[in-house]
Write a protein that binds this ligand. Structure first.
Ligand SMILES: Nc1ncnc2c1ncn2[C@@H]1O[C@H](COP(=O)(O)OP(=O)(O)OP(=O)(O)O)[C@@H](O)[C@H]1O
Ligand SMILES: Nc1nc2c(c(=O)[nH]1)N=C(CO)CN2
Ligand SMILES: [Mg+2]
Length: 245
């Protein structure tokens, strides 16, 4: 189950974004029916527990940050949806991808073939995209609502903040954010085409506030390489080597 207090946060999200709860639940049930049984959470836990984990978002700073990220082979990388393309183009394979399947599927499929673990999120507006999950090798399903069957709830809203909730849930030793700029400039790897920029910006603002809430409750050492997030320490990309030693 997600962090204590998550359900209240979820009810606020439904209200703020005018989402229909029964559609959220229907989506999760459909995803549950597509997933193979037998996926072991142990394989995710092994990559996160007591490890230094990078969470990679699709903000504008991602391109520049990749030059630095390349030096951290062997460290666990949890990647938000659209950022997958940037990593694969730089020959970095995500360990875990967190996605609501609303972006370019080509890179997700390719990464899945390279054995990335796919954490697919079901929500009320991606029901028609859920069948893509069938083709993934290692796949787990999530919801913001109550977990059941093969569907988990680690907490979080947008793909990027859900990566952080996941790393926190499985008790990383440190979580380091890359390309998680938030703000009002949408990164070029984000979702291909943004249909409604003001909603996207509103979602980012919500994602950031959820991370600040998480930080207020978490024991994990939290860092960001981009704009300040309350509860996260700022670290320069050039100081990362020192941090992970
Ligand atoms: N400035 C930014 N531009 C784009 N993504 C950002 C930015 N800052 C942080 N991110 C994180 O990177 C993640 C990956 O982006 P992507 O657009 O693929 O995901 P998404 O959450 O599915 O988008 P949407 O909320 O529109 O469905 C976002 O979910 C967000 O948490
Ligand atoms: N119903 C609904 N739920 C969501 C949506 C969305 O567009 N619609 N987007 C999310 C992350 O971007 C997370 N949850
Ligand atoms: Mg997405």
């Amino acid at each position: 189950m997600a962090l204590d207090g998550w359900h209240q946060k979820y009810l606020e999200i439904l209200k703020e974004f005018n989402y229909n709860r029964s559609r959220e639940i229907r989506s999760a049930k459909i995803l549950n029916s597509f997933l193979k049984s037998g996926f072991r959470l142990d394989s995710i836990k092994k990559k996160i527990k007591n490890k230094i984990v990078f969470v990679i978002g699709a903000g504008p700073s991602l391109d520049y940050s990749l030059l630095h990220l390349k030096k951290f082979k062997g460290f666990t990388k949890i990647v938000a949806d659209g950022a997958t393309q940037a990593l694969l183009e730089n020959n970095i394979t995500p360990d875990i991808i967190v996605t609501d399947l609303d972006g370019n599927m080509e890179y997700l499929k390719r990464s899945s073939e390279l054995k990335s673990i796919m954490v697919v999120h079901a929500h009320g507006d991606n029901i028609s995209r859920l069948p893509f999950a069938i083709s993934f090798r290692h796949c787990i399903g999530t919801t913001e609502d109550k977990p059941f069957g093969k569907i988990k709830n680690f907490g979080g809203f947008t793909d990027g903040d859900r990566c952080v909730f996941l790393a926190n849930y499985f008790k990383a030793s440190k979580i380091i954010l890359i390309g998680m700029d938030f703000g009002t400039n949408i990164g070029k790897y984000s979702k291909g085409k943004v249909h409604n920029k003001s909603i996207k910006i509103k979602k980012l603002r919500k994602g950031k506030s959820l991370l600040e809430w998480l930080a207020s409750k978490s024991d994990v050492d939290l860092y960001t390489t981009s704009h300040p997030i309350s509860g996260f320490k700022n670290i320069k990309l050039t100081d990362l080597q020192r941090l992970v030693r």
